[in-house]
Design a protein around this ligand. Structure first.
Ligand code: BTN
Length: 242
């Protein structure tokens, strides 16, 4: 796999999209030591101070369109497995794209798909940001109560390159496995569900639902049951602890 490294850059996801626009179709890994314009879900900024891991994996996996929303979820499974291989604490997944340890966000995932020509030529950009050898005070003050890092949890720094190699290997294996056995991966996701049976609030344009998390469905949507007992299948918007 081709690997392109940057010291400080805007956003590895944006750079991956530029590669696709220039006709690059081989699998490529773009890695940055820090980002100035890190992109998060729903157009948010993803704070990316030095010491973290920020990368975008450009793949062309020829997945059926119905499986594309699951790429974020199986990347999350790879992230919790990799984190649990070095932490003595469990890691959790908050649907659809956040990784939590000890009740705080440690990683975020932003997957984007780009179709060039027909659906066969769909590229996916798997963007992962993980707080590793940085500390909470490296982040803007409004994030201090809600983020954590591997160093905060373990009091130790780890070797970023070895960690990156293992994590990317896990992500690629999970995306391959999606073709064969998506249900196994969805079960693994469900075993790490941060919101399962917890009170949640769902917000989307002109809509707020209070309810209880019920887990994911095979299409990758999230199920909640509202206070009147009605089931809702969530596909966009924002879900948080209530
Ligand atoms: C989120 O938490 O909302 C998703 C964050 C995704 C951040 C990663 S860092 C590497 C890649 N480049 C970006 O600009 N975003 C993703």
């Amino acid at each position: 796999m081709k690997i392109i490294r940057f010291e400080n850059t805007s956003s590895t996801n944006t750079l991956a999209r530029e590669l696709i626009d220039r006709g690059v179709c081989e699998s490529t890994l773009l890695v940055a030591k820090s980002q100035e314009g890190g992109k998060g879900q729903l157009g948010r900024v993803f704070s990316s101070p030095e010491g973290g891991l920020y990368f975008s994996l450009l793949l062309s996996p020829k997945l059926k369109p119905a499986l594309l929303p699951l790429v974020t979820l199986v990347t999350g499974v790879a992230c919790v497995q990799q984190l649990e291989s070095i932490l003595d604490k469990p890691a959790f997944l908050k649907w659809p794209n956040d990784v939590y340890v000890q009740g705080k966000k440690i990683s975020g995932i932003l997957c984007e798909s780009v179709i060039r020509g027909n659906a066969e030529n769909t590229y996916i950009i798997i963007g992962v940001g993980m707080n590793i050898n940085n500390v909470v005070t490296d982040f803007p003050s409004e994030l201090h109560p809600i983020v954590t890092t591997v160093k905060e949890v373990t009091n130790q720094e780890i070797e970023l390159d070895a960690f990156l190699e293992e994590l990317v290997t896990r992500i690629i294996a999970n995306v391959r496995e999606l073709h064969i056995n998506p249900d196994v991966l969805l079960d693994q996701w469900q075993n790490h569900d941060y919101l399962f049976r917890k009170e949640v609030v769902y917000t989307a344009t002109n809509l707020t639902i209070r309810g209880v998390g019920q887990g994911i469905s095979s299409d990758g949507s999230y199920q909640i049951v509202d206070l009147e007992g009605k089931q809702h299948s969530i596909v966009g918007g924002q879900l948080r602890l209530g």
